[in-house]
Design a protein around this ligand. Structure first.
Ligand code: CA
Length: 236
């Protein structure tokens, strides 16, 4: 079976070039153009490698890498456009396995991809040998509330909840930023996207719906806390 590479690049011509060349090398390739689609595709595909651009709509490459690092061990090759991004890319903050600075040659990219995949294969064989591999992080658990990332399903006391897609995305976003104060504007931008025409009351409405589904008493929430001065904090 061919190895799966997820390409995350918002510039159409570069996305096409990358896809074309990687396919020519025999990889199975899926390409997306924004950060939220990248998370969705990575969770669904469990790729062997992610080629990840940094400047992306909806969720930037730093954020995508940071979130995926907690969920999977997939190698990440980041594409940077500026020198000042490199420190963050190689630092612990993001933990990319490798990076390339734009512009780069296809030959260089393919060499890096091949090297990363070789390394991934070796690590996998090592893990299988020692049988010490931890199961991949497919669920986020907060007491009796469990978010299954693979199946996009949420259960409360083992009972599945009926969530609308945006409610699910909002809950997931809150859960991924567990314990952090998140402003309505930040939530709106990240969950609904830059191009969303709406105001921050959209967030309040969805929070209210979510509370009715996940709180023991929606009037006295203990999971999604309203923070004075304009935001929310997920307590789990
Ligand atoms: Ca870009």
């Amino acid at each position: 079976m061919s190895e799966v590479v997820l390409v995350v690049e918002d510039e159409p011509s570069l996305q096409d070039t990358l896809t074309y060349n990687l396919k020519k090398e025999g990889y199975a390739v899926e390409a997306v153009g924004d950060g939220r689609s990248a998370l969705e595709a990575a969770r669904r595909l469990k790729p062997d490698l992610i080629v990840l651009d940094i400047m992306l709509p909806k969720l930037d490459g730093f954020e995508v890498a940071r979130i995926l690092r907690k969920e999977m061990t997939t190698a990440i090759l980041m594409l940077t456009a500026r020198d000042d991004e490199i420190d963050r890319v190689v630092g612990l903050e993001v933990g990319a396995d490798d990076y390339l600075t734009k512009p780069f040659s296809m030959r260089e990219l393919l060499a890096r991809v091949k090297a990363q995949l070789r390394r991934t294969r070796m690590l996998r064989e090592e893990m299988e040998k020692t049988n010490a591999s931890a199961p991949p992080h497919e669920t986020l658990t907060f007491d009796n509330l469990v978010i299954n990332l693979t199946r996009r399903e949420v259960t409360l006391n083992d009972q599945p909840l009926q969530l609308k897609p945006k409610e699910y995305e909002l809950l997931l976003f809150l859960a991924e930023h567990h314990g952090q104060m998140l402003s309505r504007e930040f939530v709106l931008e990240r969950v609904w996207g830059w191009d969303f025409i709406g105001d921050s009351r959209t967030v309040d409405v969805h929070v209210r719906w979510l509370r009715q589904k996940i709180e023991a008493d929606a009037a006295k929430p203990t999971r999604i806390i309203t923070v004075r001065g304009g935001g929310y904090r997920f307590e789990g």
